[in-house]
Design a protein around this ligand. Structure first.
Ligand code: COS
Length: 380
């Protein structure tokens, strides 16, 4: 078990760096090409205690600061975005259960996710409900001693590979206060995969649409055994989730810098390495500067979170800035490589496709601006 001493955290990051270099990066392309969830890498992460870094020890976690966890995500994202995203989404679900669940729910549902023997899925969006999450319509109707869930959930990361699903559904009237969170297990009746999304990138990270047709949940599956708290559960978990996306996208941006810098040093035109041409070196200078700023922003947001401050605004800022940075940087990295950057001979085109969705999921960057703008208006 790792401890919070800086030196031990350094060792942890070195361990992750070695794992990424030797096991993850060489295999990432194959998983992407085969549209295959990297289960073997996930199991390796679990055996290295890397699936539960920021969680308390009483549910199997390492009790490390969120900042350290994000630095690990950054490094994993530098190797393989789909794997880093798996850790981030699993943490989103486990955090919600750890923070809002009963003791039994923490042990039964959060612990397997923290230990990595299971994997979580977060089910908020629906085919007709994305940014306006409080308008969701999937319903959990109480009948005697059970809830019956009906509706369709969309854009579910880990749909089909998850062991447990945190489903946001309506137990009351319209609006945020009528929403509850229910825990479902993968193999239960009344829950089927309608379709797998055929995506531009992140193909090793499965995204599915889920049909709920009378799926039964006993009241002890209601998160916190309390109706009406679902929207607060969803939003508070997304604060941390958005920081996770900030770190993953910074890792993707770093990977793009690694490849484009190496190429610019090796490739020669007009009798000089490309990096000695100002047109290329200025592009790289901007890329490196933006990554540095992105990394410092998510770390400072995490520091505030670790010290217990309200962090909704800075989490949205970090998600917005780091993912926009990843998009710009990966696009420029393709430019540094020129024609070969646009081919699958080099991974930068993959990084560019991966960066795009990071501006969209866990709240579009327009929603992040809305959150930041509202907080500014409130004076916070
Ligand atoms: N933590 C805890 N509670 C929160 C919260 C947070 N971060 N954000 C909002 N809430 C609470 C509010 O305090 C409010 O509670 P009260 O009524 O008791 O005051 C309630 O939730 C409703 O909040 P609000 O009025 O801000 O809700 P809106 O319907 O205006 O929605 C946005 C706010 C747009 C920010 C929200 O719907 C959102 O984040 N949308 C994007 C959804 C998303 O990220 N989807 C991706 C899913 S994963 S791919």
């Amino acid at each position: 078990m790792v401890h919070t001493l800086p030196e031990e955290q350094r060792h942890l990051l070195e361990l992750v760096e070695g794992f990424v270099a030797n096991e993850v990066r060489p295999r990432a392309d194959a998983y992407e090409r085969e549209d295959r969830f990297p289960r073997e890498l996930w199991d390796q992460l679990a055996s290295m205690d890397l699936t539960g870094l920021p969680f308390p020890e009483d549910i199997g976690g390492s009790a490390l600061p969120y900042r350290t966890y994000l630095m690990v995500l950054d490094e994993l994202g530098r190797g393989f975005a789909a794997l880093a995203l798996a850790v981030s989404v699993n943490t989103l679900v486990a955090w919600a259960i750890d923070r809002w669940g009963t003791e039994d729910q923490r042990q039964a549902f959060a612990r397997p996710l923290v230990e990595g023997s299971g994997i979580g899925a977060y089910c908020l969006s629906e085919p007709d409900v994305g940014s306006d999450a409080a308008a969701l319509s999937c319903r959990a109707t109480r009948d005697g001693d059970a809830y019956h869930l009906n509706g369709v959930k969309a854009w579910i990361t880990h749909g089909g590979v998850a062991s447990s699903y945190l489903v946001f559904c309506r137990t009351g009237d319209v609006g945020a206060s009528g929403i509850s969170a229910v825990l479902l297990e993968a193999d239960q009746d009344g829950m089927t995969i309608l379709k797998h999304e055929d995506k531009m990138g992140l193909r090793a990270s499965p995204t599915a649409q889920l049909a709920l047709e009378g799926a039964v949940a006993t009241p002890d599956r209601l998160l916190g055994e309390q109706e009406g708290i679902g929207f607060k559960v969803a939003m508070s978990a997304l604060d941390g989730g958005r920081l996770g996306i900030a770190a993953v996208s910074t890792g993707v941006a770093q990977a793009a810098l690694d490849v484009s810098l190496r190429y610019a040093k090796e490739r020669t035109q007009f009798c000089r390495p490309n990096i000695e041409h100002q047109g290329v070196s200025f592009l790289l200078a901007d890329i490196a500067t933006q990554i540095e700023a992105a990394r410092e922003l998510y770390k400072s947001a995490a520091d505030r979170r670790d010290r217990g401050f309200e962090v909704g605004k800075v989490c949205s800022m970090a998600k917005l800035f780091c993912t926009d940075t990843a998009m710009r940087v990966t696009t420029d990295a393709v430019q540094v490589l020129g024609g070969v950057g646009y081919t699958k001979d080099f991974p930068v085109e993959r990084y560019m496709r991966e960066a795009k969705v990071m501006q969209i999921f866990e709240g579009t960057n327009q929603i992040q601006r809305l959150v930041i703008g509202r907080k500014l208006a409130q004076g916070s």
